[in-house]
Ligand binder design. Structure first.
Ligand code: ZN
Length: 670
């Protein structure tokens, strides 16, 4: 997986952290439709050395300069729509309290959030709740010259917003359709799916046998015109030149203050933007993946191809970050003790690995988000994407702690905890230790869980077939759950007390048995393998612990609650199940694996399911979240930069209008 996307309807909701910031301004800065906009903080920025702060400043400017690109990639009239509405928004002197005006404002907020007129997640075109007549009336009241060249695009803009039969989806994946002609993203122009496929098949055939193939088509629009089918490359002097030139301006400043090997990597990226040569992009990626020493790191480029139905063209994105040293220390401690954990794992000793190596996952703090990472952003990244580079040079995998922290803070006080957690003691423990428990459990799962254990002689892996991924996730989760409650965690200084495990266990069971069902449509079974794994573990422990009342389903006032009565026995059950799941994997016991999954992980009790959905709906929690960026300012003295100041704007609309004024460089049509 290249990108770890934040699950909507999360239960990451309840928690807090020991190093909470002093600033307790509201975390949610705006909410509209199905969206909440959150601010994130950049802890430790103030304590970075000056050269790193300045480097972040330059890279952050470069990240903002590509703002327009994704709009145009998403749909050819997005920039014209956005700018028309921005001009209206900043100049309209009439009544700004009417229902139609508020609907227009909401529509513009949604366009900013989705980088266009299609929903960022469902890809469907937004339905405006104001009329074309209203928009035209409002435009009439504003001097014509305010719109400049936009005046010539009025008809296209109105069609894009109001015609329900045009541009219905950004990304059509319905089998049987011509996926290009029915998708309104702007990666292909007048080209049918068959034409595009044969164009790139030809390119790949001409390069057959090359062990280091470039990512054909990654950085261009494919067009058919009088001169035939050809690529318009995104580079200086090509498509998107005006934005790329500004990005390069700031990258060159960054290059000047960066240290090796980063300096050389930035130079490679600049060369790639100037030439459009994808070999240069590969050179940059290899340098980037090998650079594990630079404290400040960044992504700036055409990276992920999810927005192209053919999975070839990449959306522009940017992310500037630096290492979260405290969190990295946590994964290092776990990794350094990998052998101890393996030797004490509650599984058949024959299936323990004699020699185990932990993986140390990097945790980062994000300082700026741009393009396809803004305002909605992934919480983890694994790059680069080219298979041969991954195979030969590896990949970098990071999780973004200050973003998950902000999500957590934003979810506090949303009523979730009061609604679903029965006992006050559990609520308090979750509030205090929930995030730490989540983080540690994830670390144990990722750094040790998946890598632990070994197969019996003659077993190749793959025997569990379609049940394999659910059982593998269960194995890693159980490893994490079992050790989360081990005294060793206190001894290693990773947790202050086993209360952290109690918080984690209560939360896990509640989620696995109940609250995760909020993400499943009524009448459907659980399909996704991580969700199946959580259900499997929770339901199995519930049934096995029934005689001792380890876990109880309590009914109060017609509501169901999951309550853990005996944390020690629950931990022992995690150990028992780990023993069995490891046996199933090691022996390739397909029938036993299938029985476990089918009995505990799939089928949903429709009555409980409906109850969860109703209780969730009553809370009115927005399913999607995104962010406003912090702002940075150079502090100069006698012509020299002496510091970089960070501030946290709390107004989504102001930030968007600020970007529109200062970071919008592309023409209306490209
Ligand atoms: Zn996993």
């Amino acid at each position: 997986m290249k990108r770890i996307v934040f699950m909507t309807f999360t239960v990451l909701a309840l928690t807090s952290c020991c190093n909470a910031p002093k600033d307790e301004a509201p975390w949610i800065v705006d909410r509209f439709d199905d969206i909440k906009v959150i601010r994130y903080e950049v802890p430790e920025f103030e304590h970075l050395p000056l050269n790193e702060k300045v480097l972040i400043y330059y890279l952050a400017e470069a990240a903002k300069c590509g703002w327009d690109i994704l709009y145009d990639q998403n749909f050819e009239y997005n920039l014209a729509v956005r700018r028309t509405l921005e001009t209206v928004y900043t100049n309209y002197a009439g009544d700004r309290t009417t229902a139609e005006w508020l609907a227009l404002e909401k529509y513009l907020k949604k366009v900013w959030f989705a980088n266009g007129i299609h929903h960022h997640y469902s890809n469907d075109k937004f339905v405006p709740e104001f009329s074309e007549g209203y928009l035209l009336d409002v435009i009439e009241t504003i001097p014509e010259d305010k719109f400049g060249e936009l005046n010539t695009l009025r008809e296209e803009v109105c069609k894009a917003i109001f015609d329900p039969n045009l541009y219905k989806t950004k990304l059509n994946q319905r089998a049987g359709d011509d996926l290009l002609l029915t998708s309104s993203s702007n990666y292909y122009k007048n080209v049918s799916q068959a034409e595009a496929e044969s164009f790139y098949a030809g390119m790949a055939a001409a390069d057959a046998g090359n062990p280091c193939p470039i990512s054909y088509g990654l950085n261009s629009q494919l067009v058919k015109d009088d001169s035939g089918i050809h690529e318009r490359v995104w580079k200086v002097g090509g498509m998107y030149s005006a934005a790329l030139e500004k990005i390069i301006y700031w990258l060159e400043k960054a290059e000047a203050v960066a240290a090796e090997p980063q300096k050389t990597n930035i130079a490679a990226l600049i060369s790639y933007y100037k030439t459009g040569d994808l070999k240069e992009f590969d050179r940059y990626n290899i340098g980037w993946v090998k650079d594990t020493v630079s404290n400040v790191d960044f992504i700036n480029g055409f990276i992920e191809d999810y927005g192209d139905v053919l999975g070839r063209k990449a959306a522009w994105e940017a992310n500037v970050n630096f290492m979260d040293k405290a969190a990295c220390h946590r994964t290092e401690v776990i990794s350094d003790n990998a052998q101890w954990f393996e030797d004490h794992s509650p599984i058949n000793p024959a299936y323990r690995k004699p020699e185990v190596k932990g993986v140390s996952a990097k945790v980062i703090t994000v300082a700026m988000l741009g393009g396809d990472c803004f305002p909605a952003t992934p919480i983890g990244i694994n790059l680069p994407n080219a298979d041969w580079i991954r195979k030969e040079h590896g990949s970098k995998s990071v999780t973004i702690d200050n973003i998950t922290y902000a999500y957590d803070k934003a979810a506090q006080g949303n009523g979730f905890s009061e609604e679903f957690v029965l006992r006050a003691e559990d609520r308090e423990r979750m509030k205090k230790y929930g995030k730490l428990a989540d983080d540690l459990h994830t670390d144990l799962h990722e750094c040790l869980g998946h890598g632990s254990g070994q197969l019996a002689q003659g077993v190749k892996g793959g025997e569990l077939r379609s049940y394999g991924s659910t059982l593998e996730e269960a194995r890693a989760d159980l490893f994490g759950l079992y050790y989360l409650g081990d005294e060793k965690m206190v001894e290693l200084g990773l947790i202050p007390s086993l209360d952290v495990a109690k918080a984690g266990y209560a939360k896990y069971l509640m989620n696995g048995m109940m609250t995760q069902l909020a993400r499943v449509e009524l009448g459907k079974n659980v399909e996704e393998s991580h969700m199946r794994n959580r259900k499997l573990i929770s339901e199995w422990c519930y049934e096995r612990g029934k005689a001792d009342n380890v876990i109880e389903l309590v009914k109060e006032n017609g509501k169901t609650y999951v309550v853990v009565n005996d944390f020690d026995k629950l931990r022992a059950l995690f150990g028992e199940l780990l023993y069995e799941v490891q046996r199933i994997k090691s022996e390739g016991d397909y029938e036993a694996g299938k029985a476990l999954v089918e009995q505990y992980a799939v089928k949903v009790d429709p009555v409980l399911h409906k109850e969860v959905l109703d209780r969730y709906a009553a809370l009115g929690i927005e399913p999607y979240g995104g962010f406003v960026n912090p702002e940075y300012e150079l502090v100069e003295q006698d012509g020299k930069v002496v510091d970089v100041k960070i501030s946290y704007p709390a107004n989504y609309v102001e930030q968007m209008l600020h970007y529109a004024k200062n970071y919008s460089f592309l023409p209306n049509r490209n």
